[in-house]
Write a protein that binds this ligand. Structure first.
Ligand code: TRH
Length: 375
């Protein structure tokens, strides 16, 4: 099938990140994809090699009244981005393409109620057409999560043979026993307080404590950590090894997450990638002015930290960490549950939650079933 995916970059990298990942996954399964985007510049570092079967097209080409392009079999409108009128008009044909609005990810209960709903259009160039809402999510009544079929196998192979070489390649001279934390966060993260706490942990551990390396993504994480290094005591600064990373491709961003014991991630797409590592992580959720992100975070914590797999103390400890990191429960930095190594309780519970989620059919499989009516 031929898919037209529409993406407007509103803010940050999540819109294009999700749309690229979706497009590449569809193409890897043999579909043709045209990704219409109003700002393709992040793809230069996010997907420098492109992907066979994905054609990136400027949004403005789909706006032209003399549209020479016939819409394909499926039109995906990402996050209600309103495809151009000229394109909508061209969708008017005896058998119009299937039109899907791909929504933002949430673990809240409205998602199950809204997934699959139909919305007939009563005005404008799309009059008479129907669009259907597709909600990603964490339960069988939702559209699932993006997960390429070979993802977990690739992670295993990477761990067995490539991890240290990959780290050295990005300028991190890690040794097998080092403790690694990656950071990808927003401007408001209380990173300085957390770096203080990690440094104090390392200092308290004495000379035999494993080297703690903090791997900083470009932007807010790097800036906040540099500010911290300028004002923290020299003992604390020397207790941590800070490494600034370049912008990585999405492929290498997974390598980063797979390499670390603890990942601090943000937004929507990187948060899902952190789930698939089966490792401890902290989610810095996209802050919204009306504060609704607190409900979204609460719903996700309840779903991810299932009581069956998370001992009560660990659950309390990790939730306190997440709430503090998100500024929802300010105050002193709560004690960080043990995070180093794959055998600690936080890692084991994360792995159990991942296993539970992998039983759910992935988003692209569900989307194909959704549009072909075979689900
Ligand atoms: O950039 P974000 O903060 O995007 C956000 C969220 O999607 C949020 O839900 C949305 O409402 C808001 O934008 C408008 O975080 P996110 O979603 O994790 O997207 C980051 C993308 O960048 C993701 O695909 C991973 C990718 N990435 C790389 O490929 N390489 C890198 O080096 C880094 C740091 C990120």
């Amino acid at each position: 099938m031929l898919w037209d995916v529409f993406c407007r970059v509103i803010d940050n990298f999540g819109d294009i990140g999700v749309c690229w990942r979706l497009s590449a996954d569809l193409a890897a399964r043999g579909h043709g994809v045209r990704l219409w985007v109003d700002d393709a510049s992040p793809l230069a570092w996010m997907a420098p090699q492109g992907h066979p079967g994905v054609e990136v097209r400027p949004w403005s080409d789909a706006e032209r009244a003399d549209l020479g392009t016939r819409p394909g079999d499926v039109v995906i409108e990402a996050f209600g981005c309103d495809p151009p009128d000229a394109f909508l008009a061209a969708m008017q044909r005896p058998q119009p393409p299937t039109w899907v609005n791909l929504e933002y990810l949430s673990a809240e209960s409205y998602v199950e109620r809204s997934h699959g709903l139909r919305s007939p259009v009563f005005s404008g160039p799309a009059t008479g057409l129907n669009k259907r809402f597709f909600y990603p999510g964490f339960t069988p009544a939702t559209g699932g999560l993006l997960r390429e079929p070979d993802l977990l196998a690739r992670q295993q192979r990477f761990h067995a043979t490539q991890r240290l070489a990959w780290l050295h390649g990005v300028g991190v001279p890690a040794q097998p026993d080092d403790a690694l934390v990656s950071v990808f966060c927003y401007a408001g993260a209380p990173l300085a307080a957390w770096l203080d706490a990690l440094a104090d942990e390392a200092l308290a551990g004495g000379p035999h404590h494993p080297v703690t390396r903090i791997l900083l993504t470009p932007g807010h994480a790097t800036r906040l950590a540099r500010d911290w290094a300028q004002q923290a005591s020299s003992a604390r600064v020397q207790a941590l090894q800070l490494h600034t990373l370049p912008s990585l491709s999405q492929f290498d961003f997974d390598h980063l997450l797979w390499s670390c014991d603890l990942n601090i991630v943000r937004g929507e797409d990187s948060a899902v990638r952190a789930l698939w590592t089966g490792r401890p992580h902290i989610w810095h959720i996209y802050p919204q002015e009306d504060g609704v992100h607190a409900d979204k975070l609460g719903a996700f914590m309840a779903r991810w930290m299932d009581a069956a797999d998370w001992p009560p103390d660990l659950r309390r400890g990790v939730q306190a960490t997440w709430l503090h990191f998100n500024g929802i429960e300010p105050g002193d930095t709560p004690p960080l549950p043990e995070w180093r190594g794959p055998w600690v309780a936080w890692a084991r519970s994360s792995e159990a939650s991942r296993t539970r989620l992998t039983r759910q059919t992935d988003l692209v499989t569900q989307l194909i079933e959704f549009v072909t009516g075979s689900g």
